[in-house]
Design a protein around this ligand. Structure first.
Ligand code: SAH
Ligand code: SF4
Length: 357
């Protein structure tokens, strides 16, 4: 498979092209002017454009389907060069900002939920992605292209900031090298210029990899998919807990460098009559003691034949209230894009048979 030009950080591209200053120009054409092909890079000499065209792909993935949800989120199905499919979700949110005259106006803010692998090896019992098994890691360029193409397709101007959450298909820390490369490419000033603090890695809790990521000191935010407060239950929901139990995850989180003003997010998928009781809430408060944490409660989103049920609203509220009253910041995740099953982590399925290999 041909390498994509999106696989390269700016310093790497600088090593590849002559003269070196061309690298910056190429970066700007791609990430700020959203060109469709190398030929559109007007201030690049024709010989260099042809050389790039010969050696590299611009976009290593293409859009094959789009679903729009009532709340405005959009789910994109992408296909890779070798025929695999994966998904990305664009979630618009209205934000109140001051304009130049100090007037409060509403501005769209975007969060993009990206995939890091085709499928996933972790095999969580509640997750649709897990059902399809694991196909392969995504390359840095395939991760970068998800965001670039969504910005381009939705005419989101280059200087408009977006947040990235690695909560689509796959376990990002199981593809750490490629994810870290993508993080750095997203962060490039002459590229998409997405700050480290606007990128959140969500993990099922690969403690060793959390430590590795922490040592890199990138400044990215961390989200832990906890979902259960005792090892016995967590093992049945998430087999990874046999290798990395709750204590090891908490230890890894404590060693993770986090910005003074930021918190580690703990995702807690709530399933009816399973982990929605106050005893669990109590244990959760204890577990998070000493960590700058915030908890995000997620409604389990049922799918055909799923073994779990959506929790009751009042149980969610009660759980949240207990946490808040005991000093733990807790929010309930709005299920954006539910009608197109764009709840992160349970993408793909519907179109799977039509397009996928
Ligand atoms: N592998 C990583 C990131 C992708 S999953 C991780 O597990 O953290 C992102 C989120 O989607 C996880 O918090 C996961 O619990 C959630 N998710 C998976 N299946 C879900 C379902 N059926 N309903 C609601 N959320 C789900
Ligand atoms: Fe993989 Fe995350 Fe789904 Fe678990 S929840 S199977 S880690 S994608």
């Amino acid at each position: 498979m041909k390498k994509s030009i999106l696989d390269f950080r700016l310093d790497e591209l600088t090593q590849i092209v002559e003269p070196k200053f061309r690298a910056k120009q190429i970066y700007q054409w791609i990430y700020q002017k959203y060109v469709e092909n190398f030929d559109e890079m007007k201030n690049i000499p024709k010989s260099l454009r042809e050389e790039l065209e010969q050696k590299y792909l611009l976009y290593p993935i293409k859009i094959i389907n789009i679903e729009v949800s009532k709340d405005g989120s959009k789910k994109y199905l992408f296909q890779t060069e070798d025929g695999y499919t994966m998904e990305t979700v664009l979630i618009p949110m209205k934000e109140q900002v001051e304009d130049d005259d100090g007037k409060i106006v509403k501005e769209s803010k975007y969060t993009i939920c990206v995939s890091s692998q085709v499928g996933c090896k972790i095999g969580c019992a509640f997750c649709l992605t897990a059902k399809g098994g694991f196909q392969r890691d995504l390359t840095p360029g395939e991760i970068v292209a998800q965001v670039l193409l969504l910005k381009k397709e939705n005419n989101i101007s280059a200087n408009r900031r977006v947040n990235i959450v690695y909560m689509g298909m796959g376990e990002p820390l199981d593809n750490l090298d490629n994810v870290v490369q993508a993080i750095k490419i997203f962060n490039e000033q002459d590229g998409l210029s997405i700050g480290m603090r606007r990128q959140t890695i969500s993990t099922s809790g690969l403690s060793t990899q959390i430590k590795r990521l922490g040592k890199m000191n990138l400044g990215v935010l961390l989200a832990i998919s906890l979902h259960a407060v005792d090892d016995q239950l967590r093992e049945t929901l998430m087999p990874i807990n046999k290798a990395y139990n709750i204590e090891s995850v908490i230890d890894a989180v404590k060693a993770f460098p986090i910005d003074q003003r930021k918190r580690v997010m703990f995702e807690y998928l709530v399933m009816k009559n399973l982990n929605d009781d106050i005893t669990s809430a109590k244990k959760l408060v204890k577990l998070l003691h000493g960590i700058k944490a915030k908890v995000n409660l997620i409604y389990f989103n049922p799918y055909p034949n799923s073994p779990f049920q959506r929790p009751l609203d009042e149980d969610m509220e009660r759980f949240k209230q207990y946490l808040n009253e005991h000093g733990v910041i807790c929010t309930i995740r709005q299920s954006k894009g539910l009608d197109i099953s764009a709840a992160c982590g349970q993408l793909k399925e519907k179109k799977l048979n039509e397009f996928s290999r």
